[in-house]
Design a protein around this ligand. Sequence first.
Ligand code: SF4
Length: 509
Amino acid sequence: MDVAGQSFLDLPAESLTALTAEAFADVSHLLRPGHLAQLRAILDDPEATANDRFVALELLKNAVIAAEGAFPSCQDTGTAIVSGKKGQNLLVQGGLRDAIETGIRSTWAGRNLRFSQMAALTMYEERNTGTNLPAQIEIEATEGAALDLLFMAKGGGSANKTFLFQETRRLLEPDRLLAFLDEKIRTLGTTACPPYHLAIVVGGLSAEHCLKTVKLASAHALDDLPDSGDSAGRPFRDRGLEDQILRLTRQMGLGAQFGGKYFCHDVRVIRLPRHGGSLPVGMGVSCSADRQIRGRIDAEGVWLEALERDPARFLPEVAVPPAALAVDLDQPMEAICATLSTLGVSTPVRLSGTMIVARDLVHAELARRMAAGLPLPDYVKDHPIYYAGPARTPAGHASGSFGPTTAARMDPYIPDLQAQGASRVMIAKGNRAPGVVQSCARHGGFYLGSVGGAAAVLGRDVIRSVEQIDYPEFGMEAVYRIRVQDFPAFVIIDDKGNDFFTRLPRLAD
Ligand code: SF4
């Protein structure tokens, strides 16, 4: 349609809804080919550790299962985020926000995804919205008659690793900046399931400008920025510093979750202009569920970025998993702990038998029971506790995608639980507080790390049965009894006060 010499495009809301629905369906199951190639490169790198290679192989196997369309790549199917630019000559019939929300609602309702959004009824009372809405939708106005969108499904663990540091001009010296970033990057830990796509932004016209740039950079949406600044304040990538920081992350020892070289796949460092009295520095990651996809609508049609539909082509022909000790979880707890006590930290194990699944709400309830002098249920004493919450179960399977959640949220409860003989063996992802290490040493406990981001492998190939046994009112946070076969994990904290994460080397000068 042309009016007064300008071209306008009428866009039916259904087209935008369909694009949104398909974008979030694709991104829940598929990854970018570049991300998969980076995982494969870990397997081919002789400097990668056996643990690095194991994690990379599990993540590739996970991608193959997820691409079949039944199991999402991760049990945390994320917050729906849509950002982009809309030309003012593109007119959405029926409303842009409604069209996008309808697409999000239909994808989360129609697939084996997980609803993660909590509505606040009062300051202290919350309820799951049951739709995965609201979504974060931020669309800027621009010239022309096109709509360019970036769809992201951001998991909670990954989102939690976004940080803002309000610094001063004093930081802008090479040695000082590198030392600062070394310290801050270490604090990321492994709770967001590395290897990461790490983004660092120095500067910004406001805190939110800095952090929005972090998010876009972690999604590789700003890769085309120039390599240098100018006197008008154009943003740029500092590729030299990107290489330096990538090398730094490879010396940290964290590796791809359990020790090694591959803490990060890549690093983006972006420099922005700033107010002379402020220096915001932002840091964030895109995790192993590297879920972003670009879409475009213009006069020529509707476009969606092609993600990889055949991730199996990145698998090696032969892959030998590291030798791992088989641990029978159906023994008495004392016998399980006696077996684990013979192993050093970062040792791989294969767990078979019964686990109890319990996470945030159940731990709060157990604390309430202890405070009221009520006994704890036997199941928290008799079995290892797996911190997790499942996605929906595909028809014909025992479990949905069911990977570990962040262990640290349960840390405050552990000393009291272990003092009562509960939670002797815990399984989840990421590092723990010193209080958990001390409690394990005092009470003969262990914390095992499971591969974060490989939820589809666990759901389809490892978890043999899932039975809800307590607190059904907590929904996906209820207590489940699950049976597993060859569940892969690594010893992270032992009963002697050893913690894999505090034994890592410092950066070599
Ligand atoms: S891969 Fe890890 S950090 Fe990313 S969404 Fe899944 S659980 Fe969260």
